[in-house]
Write a protein that binds this ligand. Structure first.
Ligand code: HEC
Ligand code: HEC
Ligand code: HEC
Ligand code: HEC
Ligand code: HEC
Ligand code: HEC
Ligand code: HEC
Ligand code: HEC
Ligand code: HEC
Ligand code: HEC
Length: 255
């Protein structure tokens, strides 16, 4: 009898612990404890990063390093992501197909998928009646378009059989009068494209290359550069802590 009375609470406690552990394991991110020290085991030699010291003694805000999401300040309560979720070894096919699963929720996606275009800003009536002398300033001659039609009847998402994509056809034609807008590169896209509210966005994401000439790795640093840049640019700007070409061994403990 006595033995039974004692095992029950122990068993209940044990089950509760298992459940708590399982929940903690399954629940995404959110509120992990801030690690005191972090050991990076890497090809350059182990690095011990004294996390707590940097935050508490050097008085550096969490968000100075954890710039996870611009709209949410990282704190003890919100937790933080591993840098490698966004700064992978490489932005390859493997990253493209699997990265979306490494975030606790969709509020992280905007960090990179930061803008999409909605409605085109284009007044057809004014252009046709006032700005252009002739419908054929934009529409093809009769050999291609016997009657003016929607461009998208023939120009699709991608170039097909020598017919340029809608984007290319639109840009080329609009630029014949609006060269000035394109000369200003990314800053002038919104003169013709309405941006959508990304916090409400539900559609597919465009490739970075739809708008940028640069590849993802030139827009978002890969892993080693992300660490080196963040650690060393702060040390350099404060003139404290290791940086520069001779400082490798102050971070990388060889053997
Ligand atoms: C000086 C920069 C710096 C500051 C300040 C800082 N952190 Fe970190 N933190 C890091 C780095 C670097 C890592 C390692 C990330 C990795 O392994 O990819 C990390 C890791 C973490 C992790 C573990 C993430 C994981 O899943 O691997 C948590 C949680 C965390 N930090 C929370 C915080 C909180 C909360 C604060 C503020 C109280 C804070 N950090 C302040 C740089 C910093
Ligand atoms: C949720 C995604 C995400 C996480 C997590 C993340 N970054 Fe970034 N990081 C970005 C993006 C996107 C850029 C490029 C855009 C920009 O500069 O804001 C960037 C830029 C940088 C840069 C370039 C200069 C700068 O500060 O803007 C450095 C360095 C960097 N990250 C280091 C880190 C480190 C170290 C960590 C972990 C402590 C980290 N990042 C975590 C998304 C992330
Ligand atoms: C400045 C360039 C430009 C000029 C000039 C122009 N159009 Fe258009 N037109 C377009 C574009 C771009 C579209 C496609 C709009 C869309 O798909 O939403 C279009 C679409 C059309 C359509 C299809 C509309 C539909 O919804 O099916 C017709 C018809 C048309 N134009 C007739 C004309 C006629 C007639 C003139 C001359 C009076 C003219 N356009 C002058 C650029 C122009
Ligand atoms: C009936 C099909 C059709 C329609 C409608 C159409 N196009 Fe095209 N477009 C073509 C074909 C086919 C080519 C490739 C042949 C060529 O280069 O002339 C082409 C080529 C182009 C090019 C590249 C060659 C050049 O002329 O500089 C541009 C720019 C272009 N279209 C813009 C437009 C715009 C803007 C509209 C709508 C206002 C439009 N197209 C409507 C079939 C069409
Ligand atoms: C034949 C020359 C010509 C072409 C081609 C042309 N535009 Fe225009 N556009 C004008 C003129 C002229 C104006 C009025 C003066 C100004 O604002 O530059 C104008 C004005 C605009 C404006 C400013 C708002 C407004 O309506 O006043 C927008 C946006 C615009 N155009 C978009 C486009 C787009 C998108 C295309 C390609 C589908 C295009 N334009 C093609 C001549 C042209
Ligand atoms: C003068 C007006 C104009 C300017 C400026 C302009 N665009 Fe466009 N853009 C168009 C037109 C017209 C189309 C084809 C019609 C459409 O897809 O809505 C287009 C299509 C696109 C598309 C394809 C959209 C889709 O749904 O497939 C992308 C991406 C795009 N533009 C990016 C840009 C970027 C990035 C810039 C700035 C560098 C820019 N545009 C500047 C007029 C413009
Ligand atoms: C660190 C930046 C970054 C973050 C954060 C990010 N993505 Fe991406 N995503 C990319 C890059 C880079 C690609 C590759 C395509 C390209 O070059 O534009 C991509 C591609 C995709 C694709 C297309 C996949 C394919 O196979 O072509 C989807 C879908 C996607 N991301 C969804 C998401 C979702 C959902 C989230 C948030 C949970 C997210 N992404 C967060 C950078 C990011
Ligand atoms: C629909 C167009 C569009 C797409 C798609 C897009 N960007 Fe951008 N991006 C812009 C524009 C426009 C700017 C200029 C800043 C602004 O006005 O928002 C910009 C600026 C940036 C910057 C700031 C530095 C710079 O080069 O100006 C970074 C970093 C960036 N984008 C990363 C990305 C990444 C990573 C992806 C893909 C996951 C992506 N962008 C997809 C339009 C786009
Ligand atoms: C925002 C600024 C900042 C960032 C980011 C930062 N540090 Fe520091 N670090 C400091 C300061 C301040 C000191 C103190 C130097 C002193 O007191 O002499 C320091 C000192 C150090 C030291 C020497 C003493 C110690 O406390 O261990 C090492 C090693 C170090 N940092 C490693 C790193 C690494 C690794 C990273 C990146 C993961 C990093 N730091 C990121 C500000 C920063
Ligand atoms: C301020 C501290 C610091 C300094 C100084 C530093 N590193 Fe690093 N290094 C790191 C951190 C943190 C990482 C990331 C570890 C990880 O990815 O887990 C890293 C990663 C690396 C990697 C691994 C790349 C990979 O793909 O695994 C190499 C190689 C490297 N560093 C070489 C160097 C060299 C060479 C120097 C001197 C020129 C240097 N580091 C200086 C902190 C530092």
């Amino acid at each position: 009898m006595r033995a039974k009375n004692k095992t029950l609470p122990v068993l209940v406690a044990a089950i509760a612990l298992v459940i708590a552990a399982a929940v903690g394991y399954v629940l995404p991110g959110g509120s992990q404890a801030m690690p005191v020290r972090i050991l990076f085991n890497n090809k350059g030699g182990k690095v011990i990063f004294s996390h707590l010291t940097h935050h508490r003694d050097y008085q550096i805000e969490c968000a100075r390093c954890h710039h996870d999401r611009p709209q949410v300040q990282v704190s003890d309560k919100t937790g933080a992501l591993a840098c490698g979720s966004c700064h992978p070894q490489d932005f390859d096919k493997n990253f493209a197909s699997s990265h979306a699963d490494s975030f606790p929720d969709e509020s992280y996606c905007i960090r990179c998928h930061h803008v999409e275009y909605g409605q085109l800003i284009f007044n057809h009536k004014e252009h046709a009646e006032e700005y252009a002398d002739d419908c054929r300033a934009c529409h093809h001659d009769a050999s291609i378009e016997p009657e003016p039609r929607k461009c998208s009847d023939c120009h699709k998402g991608k170039e097909l059989k020598g017919v340029p994509s809608m984007r290319e056809a639109g840009h080329k034609k609009c630029a014949s009068c609006h060269e000035d807008m394109f000369a200003k590169h990314l800053s002038s896209c919104k003169e013709c494209h309405q941006s959508v509210d990304m916090t409400q966005y539900k559609g597919d994401y465009s490739d970075c290359g739809a708008c940028h000439d640069a590849h993802a790795r030139d827009l978002v640093l890969p892993r080693m550069n992300a660490f080196h840049d963040q650690c060393m640019s702060c040390h350099e700007s404060l003139g404290a802590g290791p940086y520069g070409p001779d400082a490798c061994n102050q971070c990388h403990i060889t053997r």
